[in-house]
Design a protein around this ligand. Structure first.
Ligand SMILES: NCc1cccc(NC(=O)c2cccc3[nH]c(C(N)=O)cc23)c1
Length: 232
């Protein structure tokens, strides 16, 4: 998160850190007791290794009550996701067991009504992604408020040049923005997860390249289907 600030500890109890060998790789969030939603691009370069999911954390390194690392039983990328574009950039992770819910670990509801969030709505992004252009990584969860921009503005030739589909949304990226390691985290508008951070053009903090999010509502049926078919 560029241009943001340290989140109030445990006020975002749905936040997940997807880790490999104890290293934060991507964000994610708890959508059900045994399920985390993140971004398919997060699996790039992991050579099929399964993530571990840290829940209940504020600091990535300090011991905290309710902080717990969960093993993953299955990682299910959306069938339409691919390395060449940002389309269908979603990843479902089934935890080895149901997460123990408490004040620090909670499910975040996601939007099911497929209607665009109005431009200028101020939403929040949070994550343990880089906090400087040189790539400094924070120990504590960061957050930033960003206004939604219209798809038409985001699709302008000088911005993302007509690559933003109706299953994506954008926020202004002037100075304050999501960045490397924030992918997979939720864009929360009025307390509901409306989008999932995608790396998009990978650029951070440049107003010419607004932040891109996969909208969740268009994928509600896919998400429900995967959770239902894996339930046991
Ligand atoms: N503001 C939009 C936004 C949201 C989330 C992430 C990003 N930017 C990256 O993720 C990124 C940036 C720089 C080098 C990188 N290398 C890699 C990589 N996977 O090797 C990713 C990146 C940008």
């Amino acid at each position: 998160i560029l241009g943001g600030y340290e989140a109030k500890p445990h006020l975002r109890p749905y936040m997940a850190s997807l880790q490999l060998d104890g290293q934060h790789v991507c964000g994610g969030f708890l959508i059900a007791e045994q399920w985390v939603l993140s971004a398919a691009h997060c699996t790039e370069g992991t050579n099929g290794k399964l993530f571990q999911v840290l829940l209940g954390a504020h600091s990535l390194t300090e011991p905290e009550p309710h902080k717990r690392l969960y093993r993953v039983r299955a990682q299910i990328p959306h069938p339409g996701s691919n390395i060449h574009n940002n389309r269908d950039d979603l990843l479902l992770l089934q935890l080895e067991e149901k997460a123990e819910l408490n004040a620090h670990v909670k499910v975040l509801p996601f939007q099911r009504e497929d209607r665009d969030v109005e431009a200028d709505t101020v939403c929040e992004a949070a994550g343990w992604g880089t906090v400087t252009h040189s790539g400094r990584r924070p120990d504590k969860l960061q957050q930033v408020e960003r206004p939604v921009i219209s798809r038409d503005l985001c699709n302008h030739r000088t911005r993302h040049d007509h690559t933003i589909t109706e299953k994506m949304m954008c926020t202004d990226s002037r100075k304050k923005d999501t960045c490397k390691g924030d992918s997979g985290g939720p864009l929360v508008c009025n307390g509901v997860a409306e989008g999932v951070v995608t790396a998009g053009s990978r650029v951070c903090g440049n107003y010419k390249k607004p932040a891109i999010y996969t909208r969740i509502a268009p994928y509600a049926a896919w998400i429900d289907g995967v959770m239902a078919s894996a339930a046991r």
